[in-house]
Design a binder for this molecule. Sequence first.
Ligand code: FAD
Length: 349
Amino acid sequence: MSNEPKKETQDAGAMPDWSAYRGVLIVIEQRDGEAKKVSWQLLGEGKKLAAKLEVPLLALVIGNGVEPLAKEAAYYGADKVYLCEAPELGVYRTRPYSRICLKLIDEVKPEIVLFGATGTGRDLAGAIATHLPTGLTADTTELDVEPHPSRLLLASRPAFSEKMMATILCKQYRPQMATARAGVFQALPRDETREAEIIRIESLMPEEEIAAQVIDFIRDTGNLNLEEADIIVSGGRGLGGPEPFAMLKELADALGGVVGASRAAVDAGWIKHEHQVGQTGSTVRPKLYFAIGISGAVQHTVGMGNSDIVIAINRDEKATIFQFAHYGIVGDLFKIVPAITEEVKKRKS
Ligand code: FAD
């Protein structure tokens, strides 16, 4: 308990002196020693913020046997990495992880702390925010800072049923904290020549003090992870019904990818919402994105426009999606998709 600072209130009129708080801290999320891509994306964005503020980019890695990730954090841009390793940290649990974060924030005093807006990141950031005299902006899609002297984090996110963007400031308190959507920000190219100071910190709760015990870990049987996927084969209203999604799944399987969808297909009940790409779905940044029978509405392209390569298949040569495509195929998707799948399978065998 002693490591959890009490929530304090502040006179809203007075601008406190926050000069002791410096640096941008990214909390790296991992599972089984593998980092979530959003962590590296946040290091990329954090680097820009840190450069504007002229402060170091800090990373925190928590887990068991995760030293390689501390090095990876350096390769992706961190100047200094705090590493906390212990057997009881092998699986994420709120209390031990949040204690470590709180103590580090208390001692290092970063002015900005960022987490991925994943299930774990949301849980951890929320737990920390309840113990700190500060706020938390959830699910941000744009980040910027005002330079010195205000040094304010400009954390933007869709608001009012996604109809407008709201930029949220935390003027009175530090650190300024936000969770950020996966797939929105760009990671720096991995560079093994980058070095960082790695500082080991102690785990704070021995196993016997942790009330929550993990009995078993059951993976989602659907195993859909759009935001982490390298290849996405998305279908839209042009598919005309739920059945053709099996055809897209066949192509996705052949390529080692997953199936995505436009909102029109989801709203029609042809595929579950977890597959939806776009403003009210997932923001994705795969190496390869197929947009099949999708017209290219802004609410869709905002979620996939950062893909490395986009292949659009549409029978309407004037469809907007072709403006976002690196390769466009004009024609009937029911002829083109099976032909691509067949060719992929042939080349693999
Ligand atoms: P359509 O626009 O109907 O396009 C279908 C395409 O299929 C057409 O271009 C057509 O030429 C092509 N086609 C038809 N038959 C064939 C064929 N046999 N072969 C080849 N091509 C064919 N949309 C999203 O996707 N994601 C979101 O997150 C999202 N959020 C939204 C949030 C708000 C607040 C609002 C207002 C809208 C949102 N939308 C979102 C909806 C968005 O505006 C579009 O309505 C939707 O993206 C259209 O889906 P679509 O491209 O599949 O359908």
